[in-house]
Design a protein around this ligand. Sequence first.
Ligand code: SAH
Length: 361
Amino acid sequence: MQDITGLSFDELKQVLAKWGQPHFHAQQIFSWIYKKGIIEFDKMSDLSKDLRKHLKENFSICDLELEQLQKSLDGTQKFLFRLKDENFIEAVSIPTKKRLTGCISSQVGCKFACSFCASGLLGFKRNLNCSDIINEVLYLKNNSSGRLVTPLETIEQGKRTGVSLTGLTHIVFMGTGEPLDNYDNVLKAVRIINSDYGLNIGARRITISTCGVIPAIKRFSTEALQIELSVSLHSADDKIRCRLMPVNKIYPLKELILACRQYIEKTKRQLTFEYVMLKGINSHLQDAIKLSKILRELKCKVNLIPFNPVKEGQFHPPDKEEALLFKEQLLKSGINVTLRKPRGQDIEAACGQLRLRYAKK
Ligand code: SAH
């Protein structure tokens, strides 16, 4: 049965029209699902019994089963979901003082096989469709704790204080998979997450992260959306980057940086480079100097992420001092840089780790 969360607002209106129902019901249904956190047709009390029956006969809602939930001492929560086809996907909620970020998967497994990342270890299974992606977001929105309150409390609070009614404040496509390799489904989901009728999360609070699929970056630059783009760089040296990220053999650094430059020029937007720091591989001062050279004069920001250890791998994070020196070097070159605190290490919150552990059992 099709999941209703795979329908855009216009598609739902078309379904209603086909059933001879007024299109304003689309707004009511979206409001129940996306604003009030209700995922049972029977509870949509302003719809006629007849329409509810029709909906139930034709659609499921948020058909996602929680297989396992892990809570980190720092408030990070990791959800492992079972899909209808028995595949597993994971999503993470990360609270900070002012944000609750949902880290969302875009594919079951990953084709790109970065050597330090757990996501590619089991190979690629399939793309997630729009409803799979939306269901991850809805589940996190309705069930994350930490700073988050339950949806109804959020609504009351929203009325009192005028704050956003959604629990999740930010969405990052930094879970398993390569979002730009599942372009249409991810973009359709992003539009629902972003739209007023849907989750109404501002475009600037939604980030798509890519390993550097150049044709998709070009296509993305033509979308009339203000979504943030992050590019996983991880090295300014082709040899090292090929070793870490096989995608570099197809889309090497020089072409990637050129595509990023064109993206920035075309969209007039800043771009973020993710840089996972791996001890003894890409986190020496020399690596920072090389990185500053290739990023010179680009309107960009660098996010340094100390490697989150994966038991299966041979990689380690750098010492704190080395990471700070690296950061200092970029700052000296006039590059906007942040050194991220690792989150959820006690629950193996890095990409693909929980799914991997689960599949091995
Ligand atoms: N395929 C996309 C998005 C998924 S990964 C991409 O490559 O950008 C999101 C980010 O987490 C990427 O920068 C990835 O390199 C990084 N990552 C993967 N495993 C990690 C680990 N164990 N520790 C820290 N970062 C990791």
